[in-house]
Design a protein around this ligand. Structure first.
Ligand SMILES: C[S@@+](CC[C@H](N)C(=O)[O-])C[C@H]1O[C@@H](n2cnc3c(N)ncnc32)[C@H](O)[C@@H]1O
Length: 239
């Protein structure tokens, strides 16, 4: 989960874009798994994992209890994910992440916390949004510290861009929220411009949103704070 720039990321000659699935917002890293993460994945995986399929989920039967649904994109090690699910049990949650050690870690913590309102999909979030999430079905979307892809030629890999924002907005219920946080001011401004262009979304905030007290610190946020970087939050709702 480091931010090492991968090599060979020049634009493809055929010009295919992120939403075609040829360019991803992540780089799959080998990342060592601990024995505890591997065990959690093997033993408790079936309690939490939902397999990727090109078919809409029935969100009314997915959880023990039907509640408003929140989606988190790129949960990393899931440090904030399980705490939010524990502290705000009035919602159900789906966490999406491609990194296997993070999935193992979140399963371990979710099991220890006894959570029944959390499911995990290990797959590209853009494909999950497109294929599995029904329109107007989400009460909220969390995007915390997505990879900032700082070089201009890598901006096409950024998760927060017009097509993906439009896709996310379509999945929100009326007054559902999209909550984005980053430590990179330039990425926050870039994202804000894109969010402001989306006709389905609205924010009451002129600039950045205030810190949402209920949100626990993520792993990346912890590193960013120790490196003296700031925190920029954006909060939009579906019109
Ligand atoms: C910089 S990390 C931040 C992790 C976590 N949110 C935090 O704040 O600690 C970004 C994470 O998003 C994941 N990610 C990026 N693009 C993704 C995608 N399209 N689908 C699923 N996960 C993605 C990466 O694997 C990575 O773990």
């Amino acid at each position: 989960m480091d931010r090492t720039e991968p090599q060979n990321l020049e634009p493809r000659p055929d010009g295919r874009r992120l939403l075609d699935g040829s360019v991803h917002s992540y780089v799959l890293r080998s990342g060592r798994m601990t024995d505890a993460q591997r065990r959690a994945l093997e033993i408790f995986g079936p309690d939490f994992l939902v397999e990727y399929r090109e078919a809409e989920l029935d969100i009314t039967t997915l959880f023990a209890e039907h509640k408003p649904l929140i989606l988190e994109i790129g949960f990393g090690m899931g440090q904030a994910t399980w705490r939010i699910a524990r502290d705000r049990p009035q919602f159900n949650y789906i966490g999406i992440e491609v990194h296997t050690p993070g999935v193992g870690r979140l399963i371990m913590d979710a099991k220890a916390a006894g959570l029944t309102n959390l499911k995990i999909i290990q797959h590209d979030a853009i494909e999950v949004l497109r294929s599995m999430i029904p329109p107007a079905s989400l009460a909220g979307i969390h995007v915390f510290y997505p990879d900032p892809w700082p070089k201009k030629r890598h901006h096409k890999r950024r998760f927060m861009q017009d097509g993906v924002i439009e896709l996310m907005a379509q999945k929100l219920v009326h007054e559902g929220y999209l909550y984005f946080v980053t430590d990179i001011e330039e990425y926050a401004r870039f994202s804000k411009e894109s969010l402001d262009r989306c006709a389905l979304l609205h924010t009451p905030f002129e600039s950045f949103a205030p810190y949402q007290e209920w949100r626990p610190e993520t792993k990346f946020e912890h590193h960013a704070a120790h490196s003296g970087r700031g925190r920029f939050e954006l909060l939009y709702t579906r019109i």
